[in-house]
Design a protein. Structure first.
Length: 263
């Protein structure tokens, strides 16, 4: 089954009212997932944006793409994600990554694959409501509801295998080239085989950014996920499907680029 998603960041120039409007538009156009970039210095708060999107939609899945393990403790991320899951009536998803831009911008280094593996294990236990030893102090996530799907942002072999082994989906970074996609998928399949999981256990999402924000011009997928910081800068597509018509992306971009009245 083909599924389509939109990945976007919320510009400081964009109002949260517009976030809700765009979420409704994305859902009305038939998209299945709405991802929000987590960049604490460059964009508006990801959880505020996701919660507003949840309250303005009925069907579409909503998640961060991607958050990481350093600017928030996993317990904070888990609690915020379960709140999103409640507000959305079970539509929350969690995109996790090493944290390049968000951690480099505060002088830190991205997490290593071994650290991400431990973070995923901890998030799974938190979502299960297990009692956990935190440095000698026992605690559990009181708001735990269900195992919220975890998608891992990946590009290179070690992380690709980890996604196949432990996660519900993979967000393929820089995967505009079909041959590169095929190369990446082989490592995901290796991870699935190592964990004795079916290929149906994992969803692959292509993370691409739109090349322009100007209505009326063609939107083409690019290798880089970063670039011109417009309010809507990316689109995620199922790797087994054809590309969504660019006119749909243009329509959403046109809405989010409307001028905002300022006092």
């Amino acid at each position: 089954m083909n599924r389509y998603g939109i990945s976007r960041g919320v510009s400081p120039r964009e109002t949260f009212t517009q976030v809700g409007e765009i979420a409704r538009e994305v859902e009305s156009l038939g998209f299945d997932m709405l991802w929000f970039v987590d960049h604490q210095l460059g964009m508006k708060d990801v959880y505020a944006a996701m919660n507003i999107a949840a309250l303005n939609t009925q069907r579409i899945e909503i998640g961060a793409a991607v958050t990481q393990l350093q600017t928030r403790h996993p317990t904070v991320t888990a609690n915020a994600t379960t709140a999103l899951d409640e507000l959305s009536n079970g539509r929350a998803i969690l995109g996790l990554g090493a944290g390049w831009v968000s951690v480099h911008s505060i002088g830190l280094q991205p997490n290593k694959a071994t650290e991400i593996r431990e973070g995923i294990k901890l998030l799974r236990r938190l979502f299960a409501g297990e009692v956990i030893d935190f440095n000698g102090v026992e605690g559990q996530l009181a708001t735990a509801r269900r195992q919220i799907p975890i998608y891992l942002a990946v590009s290179q072999p070690m992380m690709l295998r980890l996604a196949g082994e432990m996660c519900d989906g993979a967000i393929l970074m820089g995967a505009a080239d079909p041959e590169f996609c095929k190369w990446q998928l082989q490592f995901i399949y290796e991870g699935l085989e190592k964990a004795k999981r079916s290929r149906r256990a994992s969803t692959r999402t292509n993370r691409a950014r739109s090349a322009t924000c100007a209505p009326g011009r063609q939107v083409k997928p690019q290798h880089s996920m970063f670039g011109n910081r417009c309010p809507l800068h990316g689109s995620g597509i199922d790797l087994n499907s054809s590309k969504r018509p660019s006119s749909i992306i243009i329509r959403i971009i046109s809405r989010c680029m409307r001028p905002t009245n300022r006092s």
